[in-house]
Every structure is written in C-alpha cells, then in structure tokens.
Design a protein around this ligand. Structure first.
Ligand SMILES: Cc1cc2nc3c(=O)[nH]c(=O)nc-3n(C[C@H](O)[C@H](O)[C@H](O)COP(=O)(O)OP(=O)(O)OC[C@H]3O[C@@H](n4cnc5c(N)ncnc54)[C@H](O)[C@@H]3O)c2cc1C
Length: 383
C-alpha cells in the first residue's frame, strides 16, 4: 500500500481542500441552521469533477480512483459533512451505473448525473419497514404488457431525494425469491407518480435533505433495469461496500475538524493562569483523539487501496466504517468536553460536529451490521 499520494491524488486533494476552505467551511454553520440545500455548491463540485471522482473519463468522470475519492471526501467533510453526504451518494450512484449499466445506460445517465444537469443522485433502497434487512423490501416492480415496469411503494430516508435528478430505486420483481427477487432501476426526476415527502427534522446533517420517496405507479421502460432481474441485492451490496469507504472518509473528515478545533481552543483557553493545553487531562484527550483519527484514516485508505488494486475489500470497508464512525463520535464528544460550556453552544462548531458524526454509525449499514459483515468474513476466511 502506497502511503504517499500520487501527483493525481495530491491534485484532487488540493482541489477539494481549496474549495472546502474557501466555499464550504465559511457557510457550514449557516447551512446547518437554515437547512438550505446546497444547490450552488453542488454545481461547483460537479464542475470540479468531485461528483465522479472514480468514474471513467469516457463518461465525464475524473477517473482518479478510490484512494483519491477517499482523500477528497475527507477534505470536504472536514468543512461540511452535510454537503459531503450528497457528494458521496452521487459518486456511489454514478459508479453503480458504470459498473452495472450497459453502454447505452452509462452514456445516457452518467454524464448528466456527475456533470451538473441532475444536480445530484439518490440511492433509494431503505423503506419504512426495511432498513438493515434490505432483502425484505415491499416496493413492487410489475412488468407492463408492452415491456417496462410499474413501480409502486415507499422509500424512506432518501438522501437528497427532494433535489436529485436521478434515483436508483430497488424493488421486488419476484415476490417468492427473497433477496434474489430484488432488482434495481433508474428513475429520472419528473417521471409521473414519483414524488418526495417533506424533509426529516434531523439531529444533524441539517444541510442535507432526507425525505420519503413515493412511487405511485411509476412507469419506466425496460431500459431502466440495471443488470438483470434479480441482480438488485448484489448491486446494492457491492455499491454499499464502496459507499462505506465514503462514509468512513466522511467520519475521518469530521474527526479531523474536531481535533483541529480542540487543539486550537486548548492553546487559547486559559484557566488557573495557563492554557488548558498544559493540563495532562486535556493532553490525554487530544492524544486519544489524534490516535483514533489516524487509525481510522489509515484503515479507510487501506480499504480504498484494496478497491483500487482490484482486490476484495468488503471486510476492509466494514472495518474502516466501523472504526471511523465509532471513533469519530468519541472524538467529537471529547471535542465538546475540551471546549467546556462553550462547546455546548452554537458559538463553536464542535456541537455541530458531534450531531453530524452520530449518523455515520447508522447509515450505509449500522455499526451492528458492520460487525455482522466483519464476523461473517472472518469466519469464512480464517481457519
Ligand atoms: C440521515 C440518514 C440518511 C439516510 N440516507 C439513506 C439513503 O440515501 N438511501 C437509503 O436507502 N437509506 C438511507 N438511510 C437509511 C439507513 O441506511 C438506515 O437507517 C439503516 O440502514 C438502518 O436501518 P433502520 O433505520 O431501519 O434501522 P433498523 O434496521 O430497524 O435497526 C434498528 C436497530 O437494530 C439493529 N439491528 C438490526 N438488524 C440487526 C442484526 N441483524 N444484528 C444486530 N443488530 C441489528 C440496528 O443496528 C439498529 O441498532 C439514511 C438514514 C439516515 C438516518
């Protein structure tokens, strides 16, 4: 595993950091309060190539690979985790179409998805009664007599669902086949019968819109099907393997921001006649925060590197996501502690970091589900 970034990776990191510092960070607190969806910012990110970091250049992507992607998401999340989740989901949808779509589907959708016209993409798997148990979906896709499908059901927790131009939607094409009865479809915004509910009133990531998606007899052509009927569960699981690298990167970015804010504050805040950074109690917290952040970062880059080099990375991605999300929550909690009472107010960013960090332990597979995956892989591979 190469630890020094290549020239291309360094360039992507510079691009992401410059944009995050100049555009995202100054308005992150305002976006959190106003809950304004970052349409303009996402347009800029599309122009910079950051909505398709690991997408082939032939379809308008940056083709910079999974390691560059992870590094870029860390930079964006260090500034604003809300914008970052819209970016990671769009990258995930674009990669998924590249991997599972045919040439006509890739040409039709990927450029518009990552280049600006669609603003962002959404990944519509979860339902009100099907979260961790993704195989138990209720949404149905029935074949139409002249070809194509009619989709009917309700999706829950759909990131960017109120603004996305394209949705990857999972539905059952065979009720009797369990997980093998799932299929994945591309549905464009504006398709009759497709609508978004009102945004959830969330604890964190308030600059990201999370909605119910209603599919009321949405009719799509046969060319909306990704892969073959029955491929849906495999498509979702492979996309989530990559998605977990994105969420681990998001957690590393938030943790980095929390560590930096805490270090700054500890040097400035004077109690008992000296900066609190001189107190061993504070130093011990900073030491744990730095250690956990570095461990999470390296595990995340290892998973990305395995993906980049074409090796199996399911186990590494789950380990990275579990460690990064769990440690990120602890790091942000310590950041509030180091800030004392001020950390509990909106005057300092650490309370936002703590709220934003919490969901990384829930979405794209909860920490419990990561442990299920890790145990399954370990039991299978180790004798
Ligand atoms: C802000 C936000 C954005 C999201 N964005 C999207 C999105 O864009 N697209 C999308 O499809 N989904 C999205 N989700 C949904 C997210 O992926 C689910 O919330 C998550 O998978 C958990 O499902 P659930 O909420 O139904 O919880 P449940 O599955 O009901 O889990 C409840 C509890 O039971 C535990 N549990 C469940 N099964 C097991 C098991 N087998 N072993 C051990 N413990 C278990 C869980 O870990 C959890 O603690 C989002 C969620 C949030 C909060």
């Amino acid at each position: 595993m190469q630890l020094d970034p290549t020239d291309e990776q360094a360039m992507i990191v510079r691009t992401a950091r410059e944009f995050a510092t100049r555009v995202l960070a100054p308005r992150a607190a305002a976006r959190d309060q106003s809950e304004q969806f970052p349409v303009e910012e996402l347009g800029e990110l599309a122009r910079l190539g950051l909505l398709g970091v690991n997408v082939p250049a032939a379809y308008g992507g940056a083709q910079a690979g999974p390691v560059a992607y992870a590094l870029a998401m860390m930079e964006l999340a260090r500034a604003d985790a809300s914008v970052t989740v819209a970016v990671t989901v769009t990258n995930m949808a674009a990669e998924l179409i590249c991997q599972w779509g045919n040439e006509a589907q890739r040409e039709r959708w990927v450029g518009k998805l990552i280049g600006g016209p669609y603003v962002v993409g959404s990944f519509a798997l979860s339902e009100p009664h099907a979260g961790s148990d993704a195989g138990s979906l209720h949404t149905l896709a029935t074949r139409l007599p002249g070809g194509g499908y009619r989709l009917r059901g309700t999706k829950q927790w759909i990131t960017s669902g109120s603004h996305a131009g394209l949705f990857v939607v999972w539905a059952k094409t065979d009720l009797a086949a369990g997980q093998r009865g799932l299929s994945a479809f591309v549905v464009e915004k504006g398709t009759p019968g497709l609508s978004a509910g009102k945004p959830e009133d969330k604890m964190g990531l308030r600059g990201s819109s999370t909605v119910q998606l209603l599919l009321d007899d949405v009719e799509v052509g046969p060319d909306a099907l990704l892969g073959r009927e029955g491929d849906g569960f495999r498509i979702a699981m492979t996309a989530l393997d990559g998605g977990r690298i994105g969420i681990a990167s998001q957690a590393v970015g938030i943790a980095t921001a929390a560590l930096e804010a805490s270090t700054r504050y500890a040097k400035e805040r004077v109690q008992f006649g000296a900066p609190i950074a001189n107190l061993q109690a504070i130093q011990l917290m900073l030491a744990d925060m730095a250690t956990w952040r570095d461990a999470a970062r390296l595990l995340t880059l290892r998973a990305a590197w395995l993906k980049e080099s074409g090796q199996s990375y399911t186990l590494a991605a789950s380990i990275a996501k579990l460690v990064a999300s769990e440690k990120c929550s602890k790091i942000c909690d310590m950041a509030v502690q180091i800030h004392g009472g001020y950390g509990y107010t909106r005057e300092f960013p650490v309370e936002r970091y703590l709220r934003d960090a919490r969901v990384t332990r829930i979405y794209e597979g909860t920490s419990e589900i990561q442990r299920v995956v890790i145990a399954r892989e370990v039991l299978r591979d180790m004798t």
